[in-house]
Design a protein around this ligand. Sequence first.
Ligand SMILES: [Zn+2]
Length: 260
Amino acid sequence: MTATARLVSMLRSSSSLSVLTGAGMSAESGIPTFRDAGGLWEDEDPVSLASVDGFLANPARVQRWYAERLRGVMDAQPHSGHVALAELESELDVTVVTQNVDGLHSRAGSTNVLEMHGNITRHFCVECQDNTGPGLSTLTSTVDTAGSAPGLVQCTLCGGLIRPAVVWFGEMLPHGVFSRAVEAVAESDVFLSIGTSSSVYPASSLIEVAQSNGAYTVEINVAPSVAASRFDDSITGRAGQVLPKLVSELRSTVSAPETT
Ligand SMILES: [Zn+2]
């Protein structure tokens, strides 16, 4: 029996599934990874772009950089793997815990998404926390215009600087998100880790939670991660191929007439 067949069988007898996704999931939609070689950080100092100190030292540069990333995210589309995860909600309870900030799971239709590292499509004022005014997308139309230095995006209420609602180096995870993730994973019969190297926090701790609660755990990656041996099963392949196949096999199994 293949790992995929075992997973289908487990899902068929399960009522709840939790899924952890990482950069590999977004990469299949053409969104560059943060820390991998060739990723967005390669030519930049991460801390200068993704910390409060770096932001305050050069807010225009950081706002412009995030505006360009935001433009890439808005141009990207959820892939068939995102869509398949959303479709699984018609079969069982699904919680998606993601380390990605692009919002693609929600755009694909997933309704129960916990964004560990925030969401680049949202923003807030560093002074009054208002998040309803114009965001960094207002910069995208002015980026690269000849000769004109990009302006600052400031809060329409208090004039404070607007920043993306993502978790920066040295910052806490959004309040309550991690505890909700732990709760969801602890109640799940099956735990999937997709497109993430599961060796570092928070992935590593969520696997432990899943295992200590007896969940069946599976890693899905284009190549087995360093933590692959910690899972019950490992499926090698792109999420965009593996997950739709999973959904279709699950549905064909479920809808097949009972044989006696
Ligand atoms: Zn403000």
